[in-house]
Design a protein around this ligand. Sequence first.
Ligand code: ADP
Ligand code: MP5
Length: 509
Amino acid sequence: MSTPNTVKNILSIAGSDPSGGAGIQADLKSIAAAGGYGMAAISALTAQNTRGVSAVHVPPAGFLLAQLRAVSEDIAIDAIKIGMLANAAVIDELGGWLAGIRTAAGSDAPAVVLDPVMVATSGDSLLDAEATNALRRLFAHVDVITPNIPELAVLGRGPVAGNWEQAVAQARSLAAEYQVLVLAKGGHLEGETCRDALISPDGVLFEVASPRLATANTHGTGCSLSSALATFYARGGDWAQALRQAKAWLSEAIARADELAVGGGHGPVNHLAALWDGVRPAPARDPLAHWWEAIAGIRAGIDELAFIRRLKDGSLAPADFEDYLGQDALYLRSYARVMSRASELAPTTEEQRFWAGSAASCLEEEMTLHRGRLADQVPEPSNATTAYLNHLRAGSDDYPVLAAALLPCFWIYQDVGKRLAVANHPAHPYADWLATYSSVQFDDVTARAIELVRGVHARADGSTRAAMWRAFEASSVHELDFFAQTAADAPGAGDGVGSITAGVALPVG
Ligand SMILES: Nc1ncnc2c1ncn2[C@@H]1O[C@H](COP(=O)(O)OP(=O)(O)O)[C@@H](O)[C@H]1O
Ligand SMILES: Cc1ncc(COP(=O)(O)O)c(N)n1
């Protein structure tokens, strides 16, 4: 392994897709987007485009071994992503090499993510029928396998799952049979959300969800997700966090796939869209609408939290709500100060008044609400609270970045509040809280905050815009962590979704 602060070296062992959307081409772009140094050993060459695969050439398995040795004899490999492997000879050669490097490296061995590629999005087969058993032998040398729904059925020797619960059950038995983590992916199911979950023999460890996007351009999504997962894991050492980061990045890449014009079939995702924002002219569409779309995965994650679901139906334990309110009270005090700082830095009187007014009403209205419920018991700040506040304070010398960092607290609360308000009624145990964040006044102030940040963005140069987006995205992740911090979402709390780690700064801008 390389030393802690160096860029991580990620090796893709996969097939080549000359149209650039899947295989090693997708892997290298995904690894770069996720902040790693990408390397690629080619296991097979395909002749394919967005419409389908017309030919496959598999070099001798010994030549794959020569590539793997050349890399591993010289370069510290931090993580490996494995994709298309074509046939049993290639798989067994790879298995031998993997066993060797894993034994030699011991606890420093690179993490291995295996995407068991069998069929392309176009429907073409990419793996010999006899090779499936060889693939099963390879599981002994990997940490995570990432089958899609049809691949899960083949590997689990069962029917193709028709719903998410069946997919999770199949993934769990596969995890138990081979003692690996299985990333079950819901892309091939129907419904408004695409769910993915990391599953161990004991059940779901972590689940993410994002809105299902209406696009035909999903060629290479599996390749891209597994490469980003391996890279984020190499960087952070936490599978749940890596999945959340990979999913957030991929959701944006899919959301912006239609900005590319590649082929007439299933086109690629827009791997580097976020990077290009800083160096290409801003897209004609509203950038803040795009920001909002790009954090769809994070927003869906908030909606899925036990805390939010129970707050909505009123079944949230009073102790959990109090824990949350205590942290919220601490947070709001500092949040008001950071807004005062924004007021100080604001270039126009109108913006100065907006932030000063928001700081004052934040202290007056929300603190009344908190004090009414909490009396004077204010707890110590949690890790999630501290991380969020540190992030806000880190931007407090740069007005555009600060304005962008402050926005999710308005926007996400208003958005979540709207959905919570639907369930409100006079006897609801948290009626006053639900009412505050779904009021017309809060809608108005949120709309003004969005408009203000849109104006700051319009005046900013490319690198400032990229920094604003990063600050906005990081605050959104902190929002998720903040909502996820009560016992309702603690690991093992019971209803499947949970185990969210605190304080992530997403590196993708
Ligand atoms: N239309 C879509 N909208 C949003 N996310 C999608 C869509 N299709 C696939 N995904 C996501 O892409 C990733 C790959 O999933 P999937 O399509 O199931 O695997 P594969 O590409 O291996 O067939 C998953 O995170 C899935 O949720
Ligand atoms: C070389 C190669 N590897 C993998 C895939 C699968 O692509 P998808 O991620 O769309 O299932 C592909 N079409 N080509």
